[in-house]
Design a binder for this molecule. Sequence first.
Ligand code: IPM
Ligand code: MG
Length: 359
Amino acid sequence: MTSYRITLLPGDGIGPEITAVTRQLLDAVASRHGFSLTYDEQPVGGAAIDATGSPLPENTLNACRQADAVLLAAIGSPQYDSLPREQRPETGLLALRAGLGLFANLRPVKTIPALIDASTLRPEVISGVDLLVVRELTGGIYFGTPKGRIATETGERAFNTMVYATEEVDRIARVGFELAQQRRGELCSVDKANVLDVSQLWRERVDRLAPEFADVRVSHLYVDNAAMQLVRAPRQFDVLLTGNLFGDILSDEAAMLTGSIGMLPSASLGASGPGLFEPVHGSAPDIAGQDKANPMAMVLSAAMMLRIGLRQEAAATALEQAVDAVLAAGYRTGDLMAEGCTLLGCRAMGDQLLRQLES
Ligand code: IPM
Ligand code: MG
């Protein structure tokens, strides 16, 4: 029987709770589809700071490198907010992305009909949205140098550098073009080329590659306009290609199109080696340990892992269908609760998903 090694990173806050539910579902779906999974659970983020002093211990990174795929829940907690930057949970996540060379972050955003009323946006605006944010993940202002803080006579200067090299733009743009080919054939590249040199290079490289993908229609938007278009008329988008910082911001904005950030999965991929699959939401420290978390974004991230990371398409679809069925039956966690629905905790939601899988 085919067996895959999964490095499991429960992280902080609600992470361990949603991980437990997801693992149970993964085991169920694997045995039904004729493969098995073994898990190597490792600390990352605040949990790793507590255990080792570092948000990404050497052992954790090595375990990730040896896996067939990495599944992460969430990191971060207010108790670490005052630590120096190298000891913050977020620094561990960035080091993991860089350490695994995960330059392409895919964040699909698709309206879920059963949740259309959970969004703050009008149903007629968000119905039928099906877009994919392709975010560059290991470059740009997140990693650019010089960066830092220096004392001045009157106070301090603090600075970061937004930088992209030709090859960095080309490799993420190719991912965007290829994914557009597999979808509706539309690629919208987002930048700030009216102001930033780095964006001008970005735009030129995207245009330079376009003839290689003659079946893809390319357009460009400035990031401020893209932010507006996302809430004005989001159905116009198929693939949104953008850099690290703009992608961070636009993907949170796009999350609201589905009603809740609690439903959004993501995949981070490199040129080779294991991918990292994680929900877009954070660690929700305010509800941690109370059995209130919504496990569905992590379950859907596990589905992306099965499809993209392990090429187990049927098993991936089974997990996604279980989520759809549970929502259609009116079960909701607190973040999605609406009149006439049944409120469930994290574990009970896991049990319902399992029932659907096994039905
Ligand atoms: C995300 C998060 C991270 C980011 C943080 C936690 C470092 O917001 O994955 O979108 O900014 O990339
Ligand atoms: Mg973010």
